[in-house]
Write a protein that binds this ligand. Structure first.
Ligand SMILES: *Cc1c(COP(=O)(O)O)cnc(C)c1O
Length: 235
């Protein structure tokens, strides 16, 4: 067994255990394998181990992998990085999901640029739930208005919410933040029939996120190993 296979199996067991501890069905939780900075060969190994959903942060790098692996059946690519307007077309044309919609202008561009032969782009609205230093994501107060506008766009499907809580080591405090996201997610479900995805939880807060109701955890390092940024140019 390769280490990627081994890591994936171990993570699936951790997700199952976390779900069972809080009385949830592990099937409700999707593992998104974050492959940023990793070569296509690492993604191929993960695919061989049964992994289907992959997350990328950098548009250019992500598009290269999407195109290199276009022949792989059943693979779903998620864009999870900050998105600048001038890169929106590449996301609209190459990805199945975008987790980082946080303003109407970017949503409008993604809808306009989504090719007509593809199904609507699945989108999540990113909420800035606890990190005052982060410029990404909207405040919860602004969510109802933006959700209405995004849901009305023809070539997008509003599926739910995403957040990157500020790092916090205390489980009770992690859980409190995750529960705020879950409450917003459940409220949104009442308003839109398409809402089914709460993208919440990384390596250090996965258990609290699952406990609160996350349906998608985003994990990179624990699958693919540490990232090496030396010498690379990110966009
Ligand atoms: C990099 C990244 C992850 C995964 O982080 P790891 O620490 O490698 O598990 C998850 N979500 C987002 C938005 C990321 O940028």
């Amino acid at each position: 067994m390769t280490s990627i296979q081994h890591n994936l199996q171990h993570l699936r067991e951790r997700i199952s255990a976390a779900a069972q501890r809080c009385g949830r069905d592990p099937q409700e939780i999707t593992l998104l394998a974050v492959s940023k900075t990793k070569p296509a060969s690492a993604v191929v190994e993960a695919i061989a181990a049964g992994q289907q959903a992959f997350g990328e942060n950098y548009v250019q790098e992500g598009v290269e992998k999407v195109q290199a692996l276009a022949a792989s059946q059943g693979i779903e690519w998620h864009f999870i990085g900050p998105l600048q307007s001038n890169k929106s077309r590449l996301v609209a044309e190459n990805f199945a999901w975008c987790h980082t919609v946080d303003r109407l202008r970017i949503a409008q561009r993604l809808s306009d640029q989504r090719p007509s032969h593809l199904p609507p782009l699945n989108v999540l609205i990113q909420v800035n739930i606890s990190d005052e230093n982060s410029k990404s994501g909207i405040m919860l107060e602004a969510l109802p208005a933006l959700a209405q506008q995004v849901a009305a766009l023809p070539n997008l499907c509003l599926r739910g919410l995403m957040a990157i809580p500020a790092p916090e080591s205390d489980y009770t405090r992690q859980l409190a933040v995750c529960q705020q996201m879950a409450a917003a997610f459940n409220a949104l479900k009442q308003d839109f029939a398409t809402i089914d995805t709460l993208s919440l939880g990384m390596s250090d807060d996965m258990d609290a996120a699952i406990d609160a109701g996350s349906t998608m955890v985003r994990i990179g390092t624990a699958i693919f190993g540490a990232r090496d940024y030396t010498g690379s140019v990110q966009q």
